[in-house]
Design a binder for this molecule. Structure first.
Ligand code: A2P
Length: 280
């Protein structure tokens, strides 16, 4: 859990992050984050929209772990796209987290419903504010989430710093080949949210077969597969034993045959579609 990828700006990022989407604010988010930190996770992924930044921040403070040993990500919500809006939203997120800086700040979605006719300009303005926050040391890296190729190409027209990360819905069912290849070509790290397909992976007997053979769990096999693809998985759980389990990925390997079985799950529980994106 202390292994790292290195971003294009030389910032090191632990290869597995603890996901907190759909983790309720309050005691649940507090305890889950604290459990993750006790289990050795050093990378926590939250977002303004998850509504749990305060609880996550409290757990970080109570863990007693030195700030420089942690990697904390949060995200700008859709209502806050724009230059001054981004500045204010980042200030509020830092305040809620109780931090002077975050390690990574992401634009959560490229094309919010509220700004459908002006998303290009909004993203350009947002990005300018994020570049300034980066220069000011309020964030150690900046990036995006849920961006497809055309969203990034548009951003590149005005950006002076390229995104370092693109966080995507990535799992064996949905591997997003086009954007992943584009990101790789631009040295943008692909982070995988919902690496377990928000739990759908547990319904597939194929992975269980591989897990049984390796004496590992389904979650561990799929997270190992995610790492092998060069993704940075962000598994979410609110159960202590699962949180621990999801971090134990470094004492086994998938054979080519195991990998092929998991690769074959493409489409098994659906894709992230434009219709899904249109909701945000
Ligand atoms: P829970 O939070 O109740 O433990 P994803 O990371 O793809 O979003 O998937 C999260 C879902 O998978 C949640 O429903 C979570 O449930 C469940 N989950 C996470 N880790 C495990 C695990 N090791 N075994 C079984 N279910 C898990």
């Amino acid at each position: 859990l202390t292994d790292t990828f290195t971003l294009i700006n030389d910032v090191k990022i632990p290869v597995v992050g603890f996901g907190t989407w759909q983790t309720p604010d309050g005691d649940v988010a507090y305890q889950a984050t604290l459990d993750a930190l006790k289990a050795g996770y050093r990378h926590i992924d939250t977002a303004a929209a998850y509504g749990n930044e305060e609880s996550v921040g409290r757990a970080i403070a109570d863990s007693g772990i030195a700030r420089e040993d942690l990697f904390i990500t949060t995200k700008l919500w859709n209502a806050d796209h724009g230059y001054t809006e981004t500045q204010a939203a980042l200030t509020l997120s830092l305040q809620k987290l109780g931090l002077d800086y975050v390690d990574l700040y992401l634009i959560h979605w490229p094309n919010p419903v509220a700004f459908r006719n002006e998303w290009q300009q909004r993203n350009a303005d947002t990005w300018r504010a994020m570049e300034e926050a980066y220069a000011a040391g309020k964030v150690r890296a900046i990036g995006v989430s849920n961006f497809q190729v055309h969203h990034l190409e548009e951003l590149f027209k005005t950006a002076t710093i390229k995104p370092m990360v693109n966080q995507l819905f990535l799992n064996p069912s949905d591997t997003e080949a086009e954007i992943v290849a584009f990101d790789n070509a631009h040295n943008i790290l692909n982070e995988a949210y919902s690496p377990l397909g928000t739990g759908a992976i547990f319904d597939l007997p194929e992975v269980q077969t591989v897990a049984n053979r390796l004496n590992k769990t389904v979650a561990q096999v799929v997270l190992r597969w995610s790492l092998d693809k060069g993704f940075l998985p962000l598994p979410k759980s609110t159960h202590t034993e699962r949180i621990i389990e999801n971090g134990q990925l470094f004492d086994f390997e998938l054979s080519a045959a195991d990998t092929a079985i998991i690769d074959n799950l493409h489409g098994k529980f659906g894709f992230h579609t434009e219709a899904d994106e249109a909701k945000f």
